[in-house]
Design a protein around this ligand. Structure first.
Ligand code: PSV
Ligand code: MN
Length: 409
């Protein structure tokens, strides 16, 4: 007997073909969208008020990979997991890599941690104390060694460096220290490695942040060289910022390297991506897909080479379902963006038809892509409904035997 979703998909496919959308390309693109999940998204986390301890949290980096592997098995879209050092420090990184491979996974970006050591209270690579700056650079270099051991291609950098009060530190001096530290780090990269530079306008510094916005990250990446690219964390902008415009600008400058997806309403809320403002996520993908058809092959290559990562803090939600929900939300908005008829939009733009162009974009957002995604998942050998499959799998009950008191982050 025919599956109900087969029928729904057949109708959907016919409608899309009539709109001039090539559904083979759309399906292929959805199948090749890979999303990296963060090891710290599986650990206990919370707010500055309270970290809630949950049952079944991974007790070590190996178990974080086990949980990430379940997300990959159920979605077919998450073959790599990002690690944070020292949160995921192990004595033998070779065995962590092997554990990932045995689970059909890879270790993705390596994230140095320059914000939790007491020495870094007044800055890491921008600290006025030279021996603290040295310690911070040594940690960055250590992370490159770890990348070699685990076969990682991405060094993903975020600095908490900043100040709380006017006059507390010398902006320009710190700018120079930041560049010097990154130059030394950049020199240590192997030719196939990329350095991703993340920015954030505030927190933990509430007066200034040394790498506060995309312009600063962009400038640094230009000074460093081709292997340095900007990473856009969707939660790291002031309210009202047009993130999709930043994305488009950076791709055109051939300097966008990756994303940290999450969603925000007030600050850097680290909520499930697509939960608060799915239209923004859709519009980000619209810009990426449009750039993927640019006349300049280098721009196309940058758009196609973006590394998509989730960076969330699941303070109250169950970890694995939260990660599955995040992946499904990303796939949903990506699939919708693939339904934009880009030639139609451009035609309206060339005629200065404001409402025609707006409608050509928005109507794709309003379409129901459920039958499409279900069909794609089944074609990939994944369950049509990954969330339901997780609840039926019994995995949560199995890991509950880990008890309470797993890793934080
Ligand atoms: C900082 O807010 C950030 O977005 C950076 O990517 C960190 O590495 C991550 O969160 C985890 O705290
Ligand atoms: Mn981030």
């Amino acid at each position: 007997m025919e599956h109900t979703s087969d029928h729904a998909y057949a109708i959907f496919e016919e409608q899309q073909k009539n709109r001039g959308i090539n559904m083979d390309v759309v399906k292929q693109k959805i199948k090749s969208l890979k999303i990296e999940t963060p090891s710290w998204g599986y650990g206990d986390s919370g707010t500055r008020f309270k970290v809630f301890k949950k049952v079944g949290i991974p007790r070590n980096p190996f178990e974080k990979i086990d949980d990430a592997a379940v997300v990959h098995r159920l979605t077919g879209a998450c073959p790599s997991v990002a690690i944070h050092i020292p949160w995921d420090y192990v004595d033998n990184f070779e065995s962590l890599k092997e554990h990932a491979l045995a689970n059909n996974m890879k270790i993705g970006a390596v994230n140095p941690n320059l914000f939790q050591d007491d020495d870094y209270m007044l800055g890491s690579v921008t600290n006025a104390n030279a021996s603290i700056r040295r310690k911070a650079i040594n940690h960055l270099l250590e992370c490159i060694d770890i990348m070699k051991e685990v076969d990682s291609q991405y060094l993903s950098l975020w600095f908490a460096d900043g100040t709380n009060y006017p006059g507390q530190a010398h902006f320009r001096q710190r700018k120079h220290w930041m560049l010097e530290a990154l130059q030394e780090t950049y020199q240590a990269l192997s030719p196939d490695m990329k350095m991703l530079i993340e920015y954030k306008f505030f927190e933990p510094g509430f007066y200034h942040t040394d790498l506060a916005d995309w312009g600063m990250a962009y400038n640094l990446s230009n000074q460093l060289g081709e292997q340095a690219l900007v990473l856009v964390d969707t939660g790291h902008h002031a309210p009202g910022t047009n993130v999709e415009h930043i994305v488009s600008y950076l791709i055109d400058e051939e300097k966008l390297g990756g994303f940290h997806f999450n969603s925000r309403k007030y600050a850097d809320d680290d909520l499930i991506v697509g939960a608060i403002n799915p239209y923004e996520l859709f519009l980000i993908f619209y810009q990426i897909l449009d750039a993927g058809q640019d006349r300049n092959p280098k721009v196309q290559q940058v758009a196609d080479g973006i590394s998509y990562m989730i960076d969330q803090s699941h303070a109250i939600e169950p970890k694995i379902p939260a990660m599955i929900r995040s992946v499904l939300n990303i796939q949903t908005q990506y699939a919708k963006a693939l339904l934009i008829n880009l030639s139609e939009v451009k035609e309206f733009q060339s005629k200065n038809d404001v409402l025609g162009a707006e409608d050509a974009v928005r109507k794709a957002f309003e379409m129901d892509v459920t039958p499409l995604l279900q069909t794609v998942r089944e074609e990939q050998g994944a369950p049509a409904e990954p969330m339901q499959a997780f609840y039926q799998s019994g995995y949560q009950e199995t890991i509950n035997k880990r008890g309470v008191g797993g890793s934080s982050w």
